[in-house]
Design a protein around this ligand. Structure first.
Ligand code: FES
Length: 125
């Protein structure tokens, strides 16, 4: 009889443990891969920078685009200079849509996948 109770407790504890692991795994993957930006912090015709992650969200004519602001030359973090991104290291310049307009960089900026949900921009890195 005691062995049966112990077995049932063991089964319940295992089920709880598995359920908890599954929940933690989902939570972990969302926080590990996803960065969110409050949509209210991105007004029209503006750029929102997350410099420590080398990311820029750009909203032009109510269209949102998200780019890596890691310079495609040697990886410096770009700055916004008027209506372009400019590299402080060797002077490369990029349009706000990510197209390179001045070298030494030769590749366009990388686009970052995202979705808009519940007034947030959710980035997938
Ligand atoms: S790292 Fe940006 S131009 Fe060289």
């Amino acid at each position: 009889m005691i062995a049966r109770r112990s077995f049932i407790k063991w089964v319940l504890a295992s089920a709880f443990f598995i359920f908890t692991l599954k929940f933690l795994k989902v939570t972990k993957s969302e926080t590990k891969n996803g960065i969110t930006i409050n949509l209210d912090s991105l007004s029209n015709n503006s750029v929102y920078l997350i410099k420590n992650r080398q990311i820029a969200a750009i909203k032009m004519d109510n269209n949102i685009n998200v780019l890596s602001i890691k310079c495609t030359h040697l990886g410096c973090t770009l700055n916004v200079a008027g209506d372009i991104f400019k590299c402080p290291c060797h002077g490369s310049e990029f349009r706000l849509d990510g197209k390179v307009i001045k070298g030494p960089a030769s590749k366009d900026l990388k686009e970052i996948d995202f979705k808009v949900e519940n007034n947030k921009i959710i980035l997938y890195l």
